[in-house]
Design a protein around this ligand. Structure first.
Ligand SMILES: [Zn+2]
Length: 175
């Protein structure tokens, strides 16, 4: 399926409550932040893992934490890119001014994390390969920006073509 990126007006409407008067996420900044998540995804691939990366930032672009899926590396299916980045950031009192940036639409587990901790913004590299909970989060008032970035799609697509069984294990479907 194709997910079109929300327009600035859509985001103005959906993210207003969470942003507390701040301007919508800047797409150029979001693209630069995505590069950090992509670096993480490539690192995961180089380690023999599933190439999904994420990073947690403040809205101004300050990096708080970064990580990648470590199902294979750690033998732990609960280490997703978003949870790794979130844990890397350590403790915070409030996540309203934070943005989770991930190379792939977040699964329900990671969408739940964004919801649970009240993370105000979500930047999604791509939602073509897998569509998780980003639209649900937008309905709940999280400011969501889908960049539809070809580098993210190509990186994960190449991995899935090479190792379909591992991908199916990760998303929880039979071969
Ligand atoms: Zn996840």
């Amino acid at each position: 399926m194709v997910t079109t990126a929300p327009t600035a007006r859509d985001r103005e409407a959906t993210g207003r409550d969470r942003r507390q008067g701040q301007p919508p996420l800047d797409e150029d900044l979001a693209q630069r932040l995505l590069e950090v998540a992509l670096e993480e995804a490539r690192e995961g691939l180089a380690e023999g893992g599933i190439p999904i990366g994420a990073a947690l930032f403040r809205r101004d672009g300050t990096l708080l934490g970064r990580g990648h899926n470590r199902r294979v590396q750690d033998g732990d299916p609960s280490v997703h890119a978003e949870t790794a980045a979130f844990r890397d950031a350590g403790r915070r009192r409030d996540y309203t001014d934070c943005v989770m940036v991930t190379t792939l639409s977040p699964c329900w587990y990671c969408s739940g994390l964004v919801r649970q901790f009240g993370i105000g913004g979500l930047v999604v590299g791509e939602a073509r390969t897998f569509t998780g909970g980003h639209e649900w989060l937008a309905e709940l008032g999280v400011e969501v920006l889908v960049l539809d970035d070809p580098a993210c799609t190509e990186l994960l697509g190449g991995f899935i073509a090479a190792r379909p069984a591992l991908w199916h294990e990760d998303i929880g479907i039979g071969d």
